[in-house]
Write a protein that binds this ligand. Sequence first.
Ligand code: AMP
Length: 191
Amino acid sequence: MNIVLFGPPGAGKGTQAARLKEKYGLAHLATGDMLRAAVAAGTELGRKVEKIMERGELVPDEMVVALIAERIEQPDCEKGFILDGFPRTLAQAEALDRMLAEHGKRIDAVIEIRVDDDRLIDRIRRRIAESGGARSDDNEETLKTRLEVYHRQTAPLLPYYRQRGVLYTVDGMQPIDEVTRQIEAILDRLR
Ligand code: AMP
């Protein structure tokens, strides 16, 4: 089972992915985490993306597509994976479909975790306060950019997946456990 967790920054994709990974034995593939690791390690990729990430903009498609292409070949992805933060553009979604098709695979479900912008701003403010600014892109100005980028470049993927009959939406403003329960109900029907 290969799934995409879809939603704006702060929707709870990472939290839900960690739970689903445990329950279903899926690999958790988060491009944001991979890119932050590259920045921390000071690799060539890391140096290229650092400033872009700090501004809250998207890094070039070919860079994240290359990361995912390599990652889905790893043995822990054989049983399936959860994509978190990828795809974020139509070009990424199309590249993903192509590379999965090459392996005789597909995306079984795209779970949209829907949260209003006002609520996201409150959440990220709290995350900044709690983490003491551990993430250099967790600040209000960058968040505004990240939300705009989400609405302009990423949300247009929803009709793409709706047309393919794989889109499911859950209300991400409910308590975390309830969001998990609803996602699990969707995935249990698919298994
Ligand atoms: P995230 O942790 O998913 O919020 O990602 C943090 C930052 O990494 C984003 O604001 C982008 O700069 C970059 N990033 C992560 N995933 C992608 C992606 N699929 N496409 C382009 N940029 C990405």
